[in-house]
Design a protein around this ligand. Sequence first.
Ligand code: C2E
Ligand code: CA
Ligand code: CA
Length: 722
Amino acid sequence: MISSESFINKVETKNARILLADDNPRMLDSLSTLLGMYEYQVDTALGGEKAIEKLSSNDYDLLLLDLKMPKVTGHDVMRYMADKNINTMTIVVSGETSLEDISLALRQGAYDYLKKPYIPEELTATVKNAVSKKLLENSHEIMQARLDRSEKLHRFIVNNSHDIIFMLDGKGCFSFLNTRIETLLNYPRDSLLSRHITSLVEDDDKDKINYLFERTMAPNSNSQSIDISIKPNGENKGKRFFELSLWRVDDESGQTNFGPSLRYMVYGTARDITERMEAEAFINFQAYHDLLTRLPNRSLFKDRLSMAITQAQRGDQQLAVMFIDLDRFKVINDSLGHTMGDRLLQAVSQRLQQCIRKGDTLSRFGGDEFTLLLPDAQTEEAATQVAEKILESIKQPFMLGGHEIYVGASIGISIYPDSGVTLDALIKNSDIAMYKVKKTGKDGYQVFSNEMNTSATERLTLEQDMRKAIENDEFEICYQPQVNIETKTICGVEALIRWNHPTLGRLSPAEFIPIAEDSRLIIDIDTHTLRKACRELRQSRVAGLPELRLAVNLSPLLIEKNNFVENILGILEDEDFPASLLELEITENVLISDRQDIVDKLIRLNKAGVNLAIDDFGTGYSSLSYLQKFPINTLKIDRSFINMIQNHDDEACLVNAIVSMAQGLKMEIVAEGVESQLQLRYLSKLGCTVVQGFLFGHPTKLESVADQFNEHPDLLTEIELH
Ligand code: C2E
Ligand code: CA
Ligand code: CA
């Protein structure tokens, strides 16, 4: 700090404004001349009235005032100045020696007084001093005003900051806080002064803050920050998150008094990052969860599985992965709408969650697929028990929006390390096992076994073998009867292919049709099957058997072919088989492609008399609008729906809906997979007349179809017809 003495010497007194007030013009002249020599700006007032007039309209630094003037005296002038708050410095210059006058003038605020006649040196010295003092005062005032402004500004900035701003003493106790602490955390500011900063937070964060504080106090430390959470005072509100930063402020100047023993203070800010944290948490959640069901998603599942594999490996333990796929979800989604589909998925995930334990991870893998990780499944039985529990739970109807909805699940299980040791192998193999369940009737579970996984080389040899299989006549056709329950007779048969492989034995379609489709060999196989079946059936007619309708399965790839229609009609002609007795079974996904060329082909075939059936109806992905566009004669209700008919008064609502819809569209219905009397009776009551299933016979040689049927003559006798 600069002392006032030295400052005075430096003050530029030139240009100071001085007013001389006297009733004697000569006095005014002589003083003007004298002071003019010092480059002051001198003004004069002849008499008290004039002085008042000038003082009220101009600013002066100094007034040399004669006390004794007529009418308006020097005392009057000073009184006026006091009244008007004019603080021009005043030196009284007067011939009067009356002590009273002088002491009155001094009481009135005069800075000094000089006697007339004045001694020039004394006068100029006194003037110089007074002017310097006055100018110093002026500049102090300006500085003070600036300080006041700046202090106000800072206070405003500090109190309106979005951050909590505070000072800590060298022990970590608050010595200052801005008002933000009140709005953000509901703490009265004063209640925190002198309290330790850690009193705001919970135990975990206490250590973090203490550590931060220590590091901040270390010599040469830079600013440091950490994230902490603070619970608002007294309210039931959730924690807020803050980025807490501390800086050490050294007391180097000695000006700021930090207290006798404390050489440092700590300046700190706490920035509210709650929203950012919440956004981050949400983004994080979103990245690893399915928002509909709030279950972990595929990525999180894979993370957890890979961790579990590592642990199982280390501990030489087993674990299980389940692939759960809902049956019939697509139909429900399409017929009841996506909103209902979404609600069903939520309800299903809740049920699934009730079947698992704490350390297990259930995830929505996509669509209607769920995966489940059982890190503690030490035996296959442990896993299959969970699968059974899940199936049982999913089987119970779901009540959604007034609908009673039945779904089932197909579950594939893979066990580490037997079914695979890598993450991908375990997931893939559980999927394969699940697919196996789907293929063989749904609503069940399967543990993966290596036979399911036809390896790439096996597939390749199978494919090569398949090329020769037609030539070698290794494909055999089995026929399954379709029974009309009104006439109580077999009305048709479905041709189902088997492969008598020279070394692998008899293979079912599930084992080779996917490979045949991949290699497009299915086109030749289906063409061959159609021709052979037509021939066998015609021969049976020749042998005197009744005329049967022949249903043949066709791969979509065949329908794609350019000369598809010509080929089919050519075969019928070659084999002398009536078009009206042929029914081609195609799956829904052929129809949903919505391609005009396919529509045209099917219309041509239909015009030629060939019947068209939709196979596995209800399992596809489609909406039902295609039914109007295509010339469909028959709907084959998929086995999984028939399976839902488990007791008499069961709603089995989807079967009812499908049957009444088909009746509305005037289509024939074939119920597939009828296995029990109960299902037969139920279907008969619904007015469904054609049925197919193990109840009337497994697929077999054509000659045996009738014998098989006749073995149970009583099957249809009790059926009441409608
Ligand atoms: P699909 O067309 O749905 O055939 C019905 C399947 O259900 C047959 O299986 C049949 O044996 C089985 N099944 C019939 N009644 C019952 C029953 O009461 N209960 C149970 N659980 N199952 C029953 P398969 O013969 O193994 O054929 C499987 C699939 O392979 C067929 O399903 C069809 O999509 C395909 N397929 C069979 N032959 C051919 C063919 O020549 N060409 C083409 N492209 N696909 C074929
Ligand atoms: Ca079929
Ligand atoms: Ca079918």
